[in-house]
Design a protein around this ligand. Structure first.
Ligand code: ARG
Length: 412
């Protein structure tokens, strides 16, 4: 039987050419698999038909939008996942779900190999192949751009020569990856890190410098997940779509960073993630009022480690799963409402309400009815500061009185 290769198919020029390119280079039959993670654009049926027209023996398309929102975006929200404190893992979380569908398709169609359109310089090749190896250890991986010398020029030439039903003239200087959680744009003049992004870089967001009137959104969470906006029930996918639109109109969620790739390169990337950034702002604040102090502090460390593992392609790894368990356990009481003002590039928390809040008005108030016993504070401070005081008494014994002049206090 002829060998089969499952190709992660986007419907664009490179992967359309890859169908024939892989078949010619390997002698295998190519099965195209397209996974909808909310990237927008053409219908799945159009994409499926194009794959067949480009020579795929089978084309399989999956609407994975709800699965992506519920299991990948919501996990990222619960972890407040921001790589290098800024990037909400847009591409990093789409690779594992696409890989899952690729492995399932490989098994269904009897393929020995999975192919993807990534280059050999980025994170995404690692994310795909580590995920595929983990979920389908029997499968081989191949990347035509990296392994079969499929350059852009050759792709254009090939598409024209074979009259593939795909646009080759539309020149886009950028490399773009997008889904419902956000959009990533790199290359072109952005590679000079002194250059400002121009207007044409953006698609999910309007210019925050000229915002419409402020928009107030009240988001209801249950166990860390948005369940309603302004009182109307929403699914996770609907919540992200709605906030992409409303926060996007206010120019919220534009990110411009030089980021550390797993492969050792620093690269400049522009992101747009209006819904994700609004949701993370709201979720973080709800955690502030519902998580106990030590739990909240420790969770920050876990969140960061979780984010690094996901960025680094370890979505299906044991440690990532263990951290999921911890994060999930912290979300039990992360329920309530957050009122956000969306305006001029910022999502600002203005109100919080939660039946499971740890905020105690009677403890916090400076007004009448204060339940906090202030007379116990001096004793607490004596004991709390004792170890530092004992150490300073030793310094004085050895070196004399602390020097209170100059920049630092204490002995030099
Ligand atoms: N640098 C980002 C990441 O590694 C995004 C890569 C997506 N690709 C792109 N063409 N911008 O997650």
């Amino acid at each position: 039987m002829t060998d089969r290769i499952v190709l992660a198919y986007s419907g664009g020029l490179d992967t359309s050419v890859a169908i024939g390119w892989i078949a010619e280079a390997t002698g295998a039959e190519v099965v195209a698999v397209a996974v909808d993670v909310g990237q927008g654009g053409e219908s799945l049926e159009t994409v499926r038909q194009r794959a067949l027209d480009c020579g795929a023996v089978e084309a399989y398309v999956a609407d994975a939008r709800d699965e992506f929102a519920e299991q990948y975006c919501m996990a990222t929200l619960k972890a407040n996942g921001l790589y290098m404190d800024s990037y909400p893992l847009v591409s990093a979380i789409s690779r594992p779900i696409i890989s899952k569908h690729l492995v399932a398709a490989a098994q269904q169609f009897g393929a020995s190999t999975v192919a993807h359109g990534c280059t050999g310089k980025g994170n995404d090749q690692v994310r795909f192949e580590v995920s595929i190896q983990t979920l389908g250890p029997e499968l081989k991986c191949i990347a035509p751009v990296r392994d079969l010398a499929l350059t852009r020029e050759k792709a254009i030439e090939y598409a024209e020569r074979h009259q593939l039903p795909i646009e080759t003239t539309k020149s886009n200087p950028f490399s773009i990856d997008q889904n419902v959680w956000g959009r990533a744009v790199e290359t072109g003049f952005l590679e000079d890190i002194w250059n400002s992004p121009t207007k044409d870089v953006y698609d999910y967001t309007e210019d925050p410098a000229f915002p419409p009137a402020p928009d107030v959104a009240t988001i209801t969470f249950e166990a860390g997940v948005p369940v309603a906006i302004d009182g109307a029930t929403v699914t996770p996918l609907e919540a992200i779509y709605q906030l992409n639109r409303r926060a996007g109109a206010q120019g919220i969620g534009r990110i411009d960073i030089v980021e550390d790739r797993l492969v050792g390169i620093k690269s400049r990337e522009i992101y747009e993630a209006p819904g994700a950034m609004a949701l993370i702002a709201a979720h973080q604040e709800l955690e502030n009022v519902t998580l106990e102090r030590e739990q909240a502090r420790f969770k920050k460390t876990v969140d960061q480690r979780w984010t690094e593992l996901v960025y680094d392609g370890q979505w299906f790894s044991p440690l990532k799963k263990n951290l999921d368990t911890f994060i999930e356990a912290t979300q039990t009481h992360v329920s309530g409402e957050i009122r956000l003002e969306l305006h001029g590039g910022r999502a600002t928390v203005q109100g919080r309400k939660s039946a499971t809040s740890l905020y105690d008005f009677n403890l916090a108030t400076y007004d009448e009815g204060d339940a906090f016993d202030q007379s116990s504070a001096p004793g607490f401070i004596d004991i709390y500061g004792l170890s530092s005081k004992v150490a300073s008494q030793r310094e004085e014994r050895l070196y004399g009185k602390p020097d209170l002049s100059g920049h630092g206090i204490g002995t030099q």
